[in-house]
Design a protein around this ligand. Structure first.
Ligand code: C2O
Ligand code: CU
Ligand code: CU
Length: 483
């Protein structure tokens, strides 16, 4: 069987055109979608205590093809953690790898010392036990390692899991985990031509791109719906590949949540671009007694003007086949979601960041340099401009922000609500309203960076600290001296 028949990207996908190749259903996209298990916490001294252990091994991610993989509590991906607003959470992260790692709570409002960056490295054979109180809106967050220079390798090997936050009030959205509330962790891996072995990924200006998509570790997954409405919590956990999601039926779906929480109302859309680390919660109506394929369709990422700008996003390929239930009526869409006071643009300290090929404001990451000093509990306006010919995105740790403007106009529909990572195509700019937390700690930096992991590893990352003193524009060394 050639790669095309395996459904690999770049070949003639079975699902490239809706309504065609129906005879292939059943031979491709036939493996039941794996659902990451919910990790049961212990309640100890009023804390919700989770135990993770980072492990390495081999996993057959594609039939007949084993990969060297890494994961949490297993050799690939990690279990789903779940907590409710107000919970005190503690996670014991044991490192059973042969190398150092970290565990970063992407999107979580935690003190910098609990954030799991390279400043909180977990040496092999040791355990790190961060704790914090969950104080943010219901959202689909995630966790992954953040060792400086090694993030692409470790995340790309499978170290990623979801961390779901619930509100005390139910949202009215489908919420039966694995039944009508479905996590989808999308990654791409590389299978050698011929399909027998792990291969070398294609290196592009935005990083390493695989030729085969896996979802929750399942190759060509199939999900049999038992309800007419599904909530998909989609995480792009790829190193570089962007997905431009669409339904093969051509029907609209509804975006109900972005990185850090729910929208105020569902937003209908036909395609949705998701860059690395972004999450989207979407509601879709499963056709009665019929099938729909969630697939990725071409998007130029704004890079058409550059040279040799292969990004992987120009391909069409299937992600998940869903078979509809034979029965059941279509439930109404919720008209309002219990969200979220999304702040209006406010005045505050304004900063400007320019994204180069692999730099921010012309600099490379230096773990001993503090680039930005922010007053704790203040709200700032950050303008981030992509001055390179490469696509980038921009992620800020320890907060959720609002995209107040995009290229001077209203933000794209996909950038509504709370975000922690925003896609910025070449030549574009975004203006972010960023409310920072109260966790002043001038000695421990948070990061902001491009979440295309090869760029991040190349040093496209910088550090901010929260202070009780005054905000400052001047970079400082970690000892407090001006740079
Ligand atoms: Cu998803 Cu700096 O992290
Ligand atoms: Cu993060
Ligand atoms: Cu980048």
């Amino acid at each position: 069987i050639g790669l095309g028949a395996l459904g690999a990207i770049g070949g003639v996908g079975f699902w490239a055109t809706s309504g065609k190749h129906e005879e292939d259903a059943g031979t491709a996209f036939a493996t039941p979608l794996a659902i990451p298990p919910l990790l049961q916490p212990e309640m100890l001294d009023g804390e919700r205590v989770f135990r993770l252990s980072a492990q390495a091994g081999e996993t057959e991610l594609v039939p007949g093809v084993s990969f060297a993989t890494m994961g949490f509590n297993g050799t690939h991906l990690g279990p789903t953690l779940r907590a409710t607003r107000g919970d005190k959470v503690r996670v014991h992260v044991r490192n059973e790898l042969a190398v150092a790692t970290t565990a970063h709570w992407h999107g979580m409002k935690v003190p910098a010392s609990q954030d799991g960056t390279a400043h909180q490295a977990i040496a092999k054979g040791t355990t790190w036990s961060p704790s914090w109180t969950v104080e943010q809106d219901a959202a689909t967050l995630w966790y992954h390692p953040h060792p400086h220079g090694q993030t692409e390798l470790q995340v790309g090997s499978g170290m990623a899991g979801l961390f779901l936050i619930d509100d005390k009030e139910p949202s009215g959205l489908p919420s039966d985990y694995g039944v009508d509330d479905i996590p989808l962790i999308i990654q791409d891996v590389t299978v050698q031509s011929g399909g027998q072995r792990e291969g070398t990924p294609t290196v592009t200006p935005i990083g390493r791109i695989g030729n085969t998509v896996i979802v929750n570790g399942t190759h060509e997954p199939h999900f049999v719906a038992t309800t007419r409405q599904l909530r998909l919590r989609v995480l792009n956990a790829s190193a570089a590949r962007c997905y431009n999601l669409e339904l093969s039926t051509g029907e609209d779906f509804h975006l109900v949540g972005t990185d850090g929480g729910l929208l105020s109302a569902p937003a209908a859309m036909s395609t949705l671009l998701l860059s690395p680390a972004e999450r989207a919660e979407i509601l879709l109506t499963v056709p009665q007694d019929a099938e729909v394929v969630l697939r990725s369709v071409p998007h130029d990422l704004g890079m058409t003007k550059g040279d040799n700008m292969t990004s992987g996003a120009e391909d069409t390929f299937g992600i998940l086949r869903i078979t509809g239930s034979k029965t059941g009526t279509e439930p109404p869409l919720p008209t309002a979601l219990p969200s979220a006071n999304h702040p209006e643009a406010v005045s505050g300290v304004e900063r400007h960041f320019m994204l180069g090929d692999t730099t921010i404001n012309g600099k490379s990451m230096d773990m001993s340099r503090i680039d930005t000093v922010v007053k704790a509990s203040s709200t700032e306006l950050w303008t981030v401009e992509n001055t390179s010919k490469r696509a980038h995105n921009f992620h800020i740790h320890g907060t959720q922000f609002i995209v107040a403007a995009e290229n001077g106009g209203p933000p794209a529909p996909r950038n509504q609500g709370w975000k922690d990572t925003v896609f910025i195509e070449p030549g574009a700019s975004v203006q972010l309203t960023v409310p920072f937390s109260e966790f002043a700690d001038p000695a421990t930096p948070y990061m902001y960076h491009c979440h295309m992991l090869w760029h991040e590893d190349q040093g496209m990352m910088a550090q901010y600290v929260l202070t009780n003193g005054e905000a400052s524009a001047e970079p400082m060394m970690a000892d407090g001296a001006m740079h």
